[in-house]
Design a binder for this molecule. Sequence first.
Ligand SMILES: Cc1cc2nc3c(=O)[nH]c(=O)nc-3n(C[C@H](O)[C@H](O)[C@H](O)COP(=O)(O)OP(=O)(O)OC[C@H]3O[C@@H](n4cnc5c(N)ncnc54)[C@H](O)[C@@H]3O)c2cc1C
Length: 480
Amino acid sequence: MDSIWSQTCQIKERSPLSGDLETEVAVIGAGMAGVLIASALQEAGKRVVVLEADRIASGQTRNTTAKLTSQHGMIYRKLTDTLGKKMARQYAMANEAALAEVRHMVAERMIDCDLEAQDAYVYGDDADKLRSEAECAAALGLPASFVETTALPFPTAGAVRFEGQAQFHPLKFLKAMVEPLTIFEHTRVQEVEEHRLITEHGTVTAEKIVFACHYPFVNFPGLYFARMHQERSYVLALENAPMIDGMWVFADGASNPYSFRTWNHLLLLGGGGHRCGENSAGGRYDELRRKAREWFPESREAAHWSAQDCMPAESVPYIGRYAASRPNWYVATGFQKWGMTTSMVSAMLLRDLICGRENPYAEVFDPGRLDMETIPGVLEESGQAVKGHTKRLFQIPAETAEKLQPGHGGIVFLDGEKVGVYKDEDGTIYPVDLKCPHLGCQLEWNPDEKSWDCPCHGSRFDRYGALISGPAQTGTHAEP
Ligand SMILES: Cc1cc2nc3c(=O)[nH]c(=O)nc-3n(C[C@H](O)[C@H](O)[C@H](O)COP(=O)(O)OP(=O)(O)OC[C@H]3O[C@@H](n4cnc5c(N)ncnc54)[C@H](O)[C@@H]3O)c2cc1C
């Protein structure tokens, strides 16, 4: 189902690339990150072209919940303890600057995008941890405090409040931002050379190339596949529910792990987060519906949708040079479900890097960092990849195609081959190759979205095997 953002804002279609062209900067991807990066570079005087595989904002951005805040869960105690106060302050101030920049743009360009001030809260069951987070964030210069009572429909031990944050309609904002940009839609970048992007409609030669495609699809150099995974979560938009003031997310370990924000007359209830590819039991929307009935018995569901984001091994996005061996490539990824402000951080930071200016926040986001903190996360990602390969080779399917219920999918033996199968309502069977075209892990069925998802790196395919989102760049159809 479409998100409330897609249902209420249409962005004019652009033509695909046609032939070859040259430019100063080529940006891959027209989500929140690609659009803001392109816009900042164009404002700085660069000639910029954006190539988008599908439509503008057709990736994760259309399915976000669009809270604009420097409060990224309970991150500041963690960053201070692992990377030190200097890095934690850079992270904090970069996101505060990004929030201010969004406000500035909306005011200066008079963008009608439902931007409104809201306080942001992270709630939980452990008051000591919440207090510690509030103190740490305040010491870094953030507008943070601990509050004992919350507006939520269940008991908590309190919350960390960040005053003066904001929420908006992400597509109304992007619709205005893309206006002056040169964007080619339906133009997937298939290959990337040092200064050249190859698509099926032509090539773009560029001095600088920016990967803003959510998950970088060039595996070597960069090794981004070993440094992050993707997490998916689910959202209901509820009519006739109470309008809870503020924007709310949960702290790790909270007994009620949900998120809340309002838009117009709707309350958005989010939750059900899991590593992409690990939802074979399903029931994520049903769980949210149960909670909606319990807490807001008068409410009605107006829409539901889901999205996923890249979770970096050491809890800091990768924004900067792609790899030491590719000095003209740049990347913005690993936004850990906070890509509204982090896309703006990416825009300001990459504009400065590409224009040869100093940026006060570059160090903490530098993808070139690799310290002892990174290594456990990298090892964990590698362990998951080994698991994904092993399952494909050795796991025996528990289902047979005959036993699958209509409208369901599963892993079966079909004509002696282990394949993924979707059975439609008429009983027709659609087989897919279970080997993810990205790096070969075994795909898993996601009953909530009726999709095939990769547990290693988070590529997704529809029930028939067509690509939904990367890092894979092709579909996964079984041999006839
Ligand atoms: C449930 C959920 C709720 C969230 N809520 C919030 C929130 O409240 N606040 C917040 O700050 N963040 C939130 N986020 C995170 C935020 O939505 C994302 O971080 C952000 O939308 C990512 O934007 P992006 O531009 O990096 O990616 P995308 O929007 O996915 O854009 C990438 C684009 O690249 C294109 N592309 C890919 N490969 C190619 C190729 N080869 N050639 C050309 N184009 C290509 C894709 O088609 C896509 O359009 C949430 C995330 C989730 C999962």
